[in-house]
Design a protein around this ligand. Structure first.
Ligand SMILES: Cc1ncc(C[n+]2csc(CCOP(=O)(O)OP(=O)(O)O)c2C)c(N)n1
Ligand SMILES: [Mg+2]
Length: 315
């Protein structure tokens, strides 16, 4: 008789590794949300591969019971892409900081969107380079000065949502790390994982040690009587492209999403800005690359392949 498997809970994705983030760091909320999302989807830990860059956020794979690869600063996307291409049985999740993804890793960020590989990229957006003591990250607006900076930022910030849409990501969303009531962030991450194609979620995250501007209090304020953070769907916004065979609808939805992404300040929208089920990189490769998609790379019989003809051609 086959023993009945108990459903996985978020605790099945935790590890005994000591978490050395600062007390009250927003990263705690993100880790819990990832674990809850994996439990919601019932993906066994051995089918999940987590990749990370360098930063406080880079420590995430240590704290999640799954395969993990702590890569180099700015290099999480190419590593995650390689992992996914080598084994399509894996759910690949890349995580990294705003400095990692939008600064040094911005070229990889953009080109992963163009490719539409089926993976999920979660960027922990705290506005600072947390690990290296709070320098301004690419999402800190001109004129802002956190307690860790001697002078206000003298460069403009970039807009991650608009950048992701312009790059070609087919699932583009924003979440909030500490939104635990009702599992809002966990549900958003689960949707990102389920989406077939490149999914990107910019996750607003507090850094109590270095960012004294975007604090829990700031996020929870009601500047004009309305909550600063709100869900796009609450106000009737719909980000999903219904007819993906209609290029006009895709372009119109992208334009609408980019426009919405510039709403920031008194009101900050959360949720899915844009989603379209378009052809993935894996689907493009099928039939073009011998054996691609038939089995994980490790199961290919490369040892017994006859390459003599190929060698002859090189002579
Ligand atoms: C190639 C390279 N350049 C610079 C660094 C130094 N460094 C380590 S983490 C980091 C920035 C971290 O900020 P972010 O990516 O936003 O992550 P956070 O710590 O805020 O989660 C930098 C500049 C490095 N490790 N490698
Ligand atoms: Mg950061």
């Amino acid at each position: 008789m086959i023993a009945e498997q108990k459903p996985l809970t978020y605790k099945d994705y935790s590890t005994p590794v000591h978490i050395n983030w600062c007390p009250a760091c927003g990263d705690f909320g993100i880790v819990t949300a990832i674990q809850k999302a994996l439990a919601k989807l019932q993906i066994p830990p051995h089918r999940v591969a987590m990749f990370s860059g360098i930063g406080c956020s880079g420590k995430t794979p240590h704290y999640i019971n799954a395969y993990g690869f702590h890569t180099l600063h700015g290099r999480v996307v190419p590593n995650a892409s390689g992992g996914r291409l080598a084994n399509r049985d894996l759910t690949v999740i890349a995580v990294g900081g705003d400095g990692d993804g939008y600064g040094i890793g911005s070229g990889y960020f953009v080109n992963a969107g163009r490719r539409n590989l089926n993976f999920t990229y979660l960027v922990f957006d705290n506005g600072v380079y947390g690990l290296t003591k709070g320098q301004a990250a690419p999402t800190l607006a001109r004129g802002m000065k956190t307690k860790s900076m001697p002078e206000p930022a003298i460069q403009d910030s970039l807009n991650p949502i608009a950048l992701a849409i312009g790059s070609g990501y087919t699932f583009v969303a924003r979440g909030y790390a500490l939104d635990q009531s009702g599992d809002v962030l966990a549900n958003l991450i689960a949707e990102a994982i389920q989406h077939e194609g490149s999914s990107f979620v910019d996750i607003l995250q507090t850094c109590p040690t270095y960012n004294d501007l975007m604090t829990v209090k700031w996020f929870n304020e009601k500047p004009q009587g309305n909550s600063r953070l709100y869900q796009l769907t609450e106000e009737g916004y719909e980000g999903v492209v219904k007819d993906v065979s209609n290029p006009d609808e895709i372009i119109a939805k992208k334009a609408q999403a980019v426009g919405k992404s510039y709403e920031w300040g008194d009101r900050v929208p959360l949720g899915i800005f844009y989603q379209a089920r378009l052809r993935t990189y894996e689907e493009e490769l099928e039939g073009r690359l011998p054996n691609y998609g038939t089995a994980p790379l490790i199961d290919w019989d490369v040892a017994h392949r006859d390459v003599s003809k190929l060698l002859g051609a090189l002579r």
